[in-house]
Design a binder for this molecule. Structure first.
Ligand SMILES: *Cc1c(COP(=O)(O)O)cnc(C)c1O
Length: 389
């Protein structure tokens, strides 16, 4: 390398936060109401409006992991049950299934879309299967027609992991509203950010009511109001729940992030398309084009680095990008690559060959809406420089 593509390190997944977010947080701090309160309620209303559903069908929590865990329990899933999910996901998806007491079962991906393959789901169904947990990888919707048809035929619940997919649509319908539950993440690198945070969407109002109780110690409905100006209200613990509630400080950020969700999506789409064109001639596999009648959330832009075609391994490519002062990510090594799951479930990466190959070749380039045109050019320059040796 003659010279790095830039001087200052470009942090991967750095969020675009504006003055409105900062002022709203300061106002929360000045008000003294830091915990769950009116701002969380407003963020829930705004999120429901964005999804086009009634406000009693959403519940804010403190992570997507919490959203998945609570959804599984509210769905009545537990020990003895099997839940089918994808090996191409973040550990949280599988961990939430394990924490519910159920057994995760993996179904390999379609290598083009990188989403769970419906035919593989069908091949893994047993008489213990209770639910399918698809992940809309990188923001590309799963084949929801096929998944919902399988679920109906086999009487299975569907819990969608929408951590990448706030803006995603499939045939005109927003994801998270197909299944019994949809779970969203507002982690720092995600499309809408609250620092840590998550949202549950449920088809049934009573499932959200149960999820809200589970997310706050199992205390009876709206226990957070007990210190409000309506006067002290007794609460009763009706089951053994968790401490998963979102704070007003988090919602303060989320309210303004959500107001910018479409603007930020537009910007990421432009960057995604710029990369797509810039890398057309390189010996890499680019993301598949967006399928007709769907909306991609453009959460990740990933290249597959095949050492035999590129002359560099994926890990050498990661190091070379870092040397060019560009932050990159890996989403993800397939789940069976991790020792815990190998030991506990006996999984081997080779049993899920598509997820294994993608996981060993994939690299995510910066795609934050905060990137300037100059930043995007630096990324393009670095990638071309590394791969045209
Ligand atoms: C980020 C992520 C999660 C977990 O979200 P948190 O809000 O960090 O708990 C779950 N699934 C996928 C696919 C993710 O990318």
């Amino acid at each position: 390398m003659k010279q790095p593509a830039r001087d200052k390190f470009l942090v991967f997944g750095s969020p675009a936060l504006g003055e409105a977010e900062i002022e709203e947080v300061v106002q929360s701090l000045r008000s003294g109401w830091l915990g769950t309160g009116p701002k969380v309620a407003r963020f829930e209303r705004d999120f429901a409006a964005y999804k086009g559903i009634a406000e009693n069908r959403v519940a804010a929590v403190n992570s997507c992991t919490a959203a998945l865990h609570v959804s599984l329990i509210a769905a009545g899933i537990g020990p003895g049950d099997e839940v089918i999910t994808t090996p191409m996901t973040f550990a949280a998806t599988v961990n939430a299934i394990i924490h519910s007491g159920a057994t995760p079962i993996l179904a390999d991906i379609n290598p083009i879309t990188m989403n769970i393959d419906p035919a593989q789901i069908e091949a893994r169904i047993s008489d213990k299967t209770r639910a399918i947990l698809p992940v809309h990888m990188a923001g590309r919707p799963c084949d929801m027609d096929a998944i919902m048809r399988i679920a109906r035929q086999h009487n299975l619940l569907v819990i969608e992991d929408c951590a990448h997919a706030i803006e995603t649509e499939y045939r005109g319908q927003k994801v998270g509203t197909f299944g019994d539950f949809g779970c969203f993440s507002f982690y720092v690198t995600k499309n809408v950010v609250t620092g840590e945070g998550g949202m549950i969407v449920a088809r049934k109002e009573e499932d959200i009511a149960r999820a809200k109780v589970l997310a706050l110690h199992g205390m009876s409905k709206d226990a957070w109001r007990r210190f409000s100006d309506e006067g002290y209200k007794h609460y009763y613990v009706v089951e053994c729940g968790f401490k998963y509630n979102m704070m007003d400080i988090q919602a303060a950020i989320g309210i303004h992030q959500l107001a910018s969700v479409e603007e930020n999506w537009q910007r990421r789409r432009v960057i995604w398309q710029t990369y797509q064109q810039a890398f057309a001639e390189l010996p890499v596999t680019r993301p598949a084009e967006v399928e007709a009648n769907t909306r991609h959330a453009y959460h990740l832009y990933t290249l597959l680095i095949d050492e035999t075609r590129c002359g560099v391994s994926r890990d050498q490519f990661l190091d070379a990008m870092t040397a060019h002062k560009i932050g990159v990510g890996v989403h993800y090594l397939s789940i069976p690559e991790h020792p815990y799951y190998q030991e506990r479930f006996g999984w081997r990466p080779e049993e899920y060959p598509h997820a294994m190959r993608v996981g060993r070749q994939t690299v995510s380039l910066p795609l934050s809406p905060k990137l300037s045109n100059g930043d995007v050019e630096d990324v393009v320059t670095a990638v071309i420089n590394i791969l045209s040796r």
